[in-house]
Design a binder for this molecule. Structure first.
Ligand SMILES: *[C@@H]1O[C@H](CO)[C@@H](O)[C@H](O)[C@H]1NC(C)=O
Ligand SMILES: *[C@@H]1O[C@H](CO)[C@@H](O)[C@H](O)[C@H]1NC(C)=O
Ligand SMILES: *[C@@H]1O[C@H](CO)[C@@H](O)[C@H](O)[C@H]1NC(C)=O
Length: 431
């Protein structure tokens, strides 16, 4: 009895101590992890609150761990796995009321997921081909399920989402060829299989998917493929890596460093993996690449020409007068220059470098203020416009890269989905 009476308080005390320690630890971690979001990063109080939870969670789940790997490929695989798991918590509130039939098919060797309004109750006889983002290396069709299903439901339109192969396992131009194989099949059988009028097909993609979407569109124009695409929707697309010191890149260095947002180093890693470069061996090239040391001298003139609207962007979009750091001192690296020479001005890799943009279909370009890729999207929109392509450029002052993945959690992201749906339906109906 005595023994028990003596033991019990000790036991309780140790539990209390554990709880207090754990709480202190969590509070301290929470305190250390909390970073105030920059002014204007998402607009409503709700959106900011959500992002104050989501952003540190992403930092803990993949940003910090992914920086601990000595091999870059392991960083990619970790991030891929972490995002695949985390994304399952998103879009749970999307309710398409059983109105969308979903089915996998294999088209010319490429798996595609088909989202079809049930009983063929479509509002149009057009269709949308969706190519997901993720730096050519992350993400999959499933991760974009809620977004694509929502659009199919709200637009009452057939959506096709393409499961192209990812790098580093499959490198450039594998992803492009996968998309083209599936799209060729769709053009061949879309009318018989789905009753689609193939002159009313819009291609859509975000981030690296925006790169693939516009590369497919450009290549169709170049080889005069018919029927022409009716439109392209490019959502914060990744379009080039010959200038990693645009204002939007430099803004990241000054104000967004350390947040779990797309960062310059990651763009370099992922783009170079896509180019087929073994970044496990070549990680030491990254600092010179982010300073533009990978751009060979003989390419400068061509790059400057393709990016000639940069000055307009730099002088008109100045981040509410925040001062932006100067361009970094270029850390020239001849090895990086040799490795990247075949890619930097190759339009299939860097579609912003395509000289002739005329005859591209009507285009919607979505850009976000908090995105290193902001400027290349804005420049592409300007160049398309100057080439006579009907272009709608919508810039979200409070938006950030990848915000559409939070379309059911954030008001601003949801609003941008509505803008995209409206534009796309209008294009399909007037094709
Ligand atoms: C929908 O349309 C396709 C193509 O016309 C047809 O094969 C399919 O049977 C239709 N499905 C329904 C449920 O009506
Ligand atoms: C930025 O600076 C210009 C010129 O000094 C000024 O007219 C403008 O109001 C400023 N904008 C903001 C958002 O502070
Ligand atoms: C398909 O759409 C085009 C463009 O609106 C139209 O000219 C054509 O007649 C349509 N074809 C069919 C079979 O409805």
């Amino acid at each position: 009895m005595m023994l028990k009476a003596e033991k019990k308080p000790i036991h309780v005390r140790s539990i209390v101590i554990s709880i207090v320690t754990l709480s202190l630890f969590l509070l301290l971690t929470g305190y250390c992890l909390h970073k105030p979001l920059p002014d204007g990063f998402t607009v409503t109080q709700w959106d900011r609150t959500v992002m104050h939870v989501v952003e540190p969670a992403l930092r803990v789940a993949y940003y910090y761990p992914s920086r601990m790997f000595s091999k870059a490929s392991n960083m990619v695989y970790w991030t891929r796995g972490a995002l695949n798991i985390l994304s399952k918590t998103l879009g749970l509130l999307v309710d398409t009321q059983g109105q969308i039939d979903i089915e996998w098919q294999n088209w010319n060797g490429t798996p595609v997921k088909i989202y079809r309004p049930i009983n063929n109750q479509t509002s149009t006889d057009g269709a949308v081909i969706f190519i997901h983002g993720g730096g050519f290396a992350l993400g999959n069709v499933e991760m974009y399920d809620s977004l694509v299903e929502r659009m199919a439901f709200e637009m009452k339109t057939l959506f096709i989402s393409i499961e192209y192969r990812l790098s580093p396992e499959t490198v450039f131009p594998g992803g492009i060829l996968d998309c083209e194989a599936a799209i060729d099949h769709f053009y061949q059988f879309g009318e018989i299989q789905f009753g689609v009028n193939t002159s009313k097909v819009v291609i859509m993609g975000d981030s690296a998917g925006g790169n693939l979407a516009t590369v497919v569109a450009q290549r169709r124009v170049a080889r005069k493929a018919l029927p022409a695409l009716a439109g392209q929707v490019l959502i914060y697309p990744l379009l080039q890596m010959a200038d990693m010191q645009t204002v939007s890149y430099r803004y990241f260095h000054t104000r967004l460093n350390g947040y779990a947002l797309v960062d310059p180093e990651s763009v370099a890693y992922y783009y170079m993996f896509y180019a087929g470069i073994d970044m496990d061996e070549k990680a030491y090239l990254i600092p010179s690449v982010v300073s533009n040391g990978h751009v060979a001298k003989h390419l400068h003139k061509e790059v400057e020409e393709m990016m000639s609207y940069r000055t307009v962007i730099e002088t008109t979009r100045n981040y509410n007068n925040h001062s932006i750091s100067e361009r970094w001192q270029i850390e020239k690296n001849y090895e990086a220059q040799d490795l990247m020479k075949p890619f930097l001005t190759n339009p299939d890799f860097s579609p912003l470098m395509r000289k002739d943009l005329s005859n591209l279909p009507p285009t919607m370009v979505i850009t976000c203020e908090f995105d290193v890729l902001r400027d290349e999207g804005l420049i592409y929109a300007k160049r398309l416009e100057a080439s006579g392509v009907p272009t709608t450029s919508i810039h979200y002052e409070n938006g950030f890269h990848a915000m559409l993945n939070f379309h059911s959690e954030l008001h601003e992201a949801s609003k941008s989905v509505e803008d995209i749906e409206q534009w796309t339906l209008n294009i399909i109906n007037n094709a």
